[in-house]
Write a protein that binds this ligand. Structure first.
Ligand SMILES: [Zn+2]
Length: 238
């Protein structure tokens, strides 16, 4: 088995030996690249190996709120395997990276008649739904500081080897809050020695302290993922 450096793709490859050869192409994405648009037909599905992809909801007022995050433990477009012809999500590059791309038709062929593949893809979509549900509850209830800490922890789990390149404006958009709030909170977290925030680059200095400041949603999502996949190796440890 070739380690594709995306844990879902590695698991799919193990469940369907020999299928991936010739069907995967590498791809790169930068911040802001649109990989799928809600309402459009799906042509390709994506397995990132670095960087982050956000599933977002665009509102008519120009707001763009994040509903779920996809990194090296998941994929964009798994729902196509179950008969969806159009994307219900807009997915764009949040932190630039690279990965593997597959034609959507090949994903359908991969899942056809393979119960293990079907199960992996279905559980992945359950996890995306869990993220959207948790995010809705989180946005409605939890303080901005706790939400921001949870978000940084999730992002760091998926891109642990790099600093997170995020402008305060961008982070404010994703969290659906004012930029001044992000600036204030980033300042207090930096004063506490938890993060360092310079010129749009966030370094996490004390992940344990960040976890102590996060809302319950970070731990809730890790729990969902663990129960869905029964496989700790797919979840980077804190
Ligand atoms: Zn929360």
């Amino acid at each position: 088995m070739i380690p594709y450096k995306n844990s879902l793709l590695d698991a799919l490859s193990a469940a369907a030996p020999g299928f991936m050869g010739g069907r995967l192409a590498s791809f790169n994405f930068t911040h802001g690249d649109l990989l799928c648009v809600a309402g459009d037909a799906v042509e390709h599905v994506y397995f990132p190996t670095s960087g982050l992809i956000s599933l977002v909801v665009d509102l008519s007022g120009g707001e763009r709120i994040e509903a779920a995050m996809i990194g090296r433990d998941g994929m964009l477009g798994a729902g196509f395997a179950f008969g969806g012809n159009v994307s219900v999500s807009t997915g764009f590059g949040q932190i630039g990276g690279s990965g593997w791309r597959m034609a959507a038709g090949d994903l359908v062929a991969l899942a056809r008649g393979n119960a293990s593949v079907w199960s992996l893809l279905f559980r992945h979509e359950q996890y995306v739904l869990a993220q959207a549900q948790q995010t809705a509850a989180c946005n409605a209830t939890h303080p901005i500081r706790e939400r921001m800490c949870s978000w940084l922890l999730r992002a760091h789990d998926l891109a642990p080897e790099t600093d997170l390149y995020l402008t305060q404006e961008f982070l404010a958009d994703i969290l659906g809050v004012q930029r001044a709030s992000v600036s204030l909170i980033a300042g207090t977290l930096q004063d506490a020695g938890i993060i360092q925030y310079r010129r749009g680059r966030v370094s996490i200095l004390d992940k344990q302290a960040l976890a102590q400041n996060a809302c319950e949603c970070y731990r809730a999502l890790r729990g969902h993922r663990q129960r869905l996949f029964h496989n700790d190796t797919m979840i980077p440890a804190v």
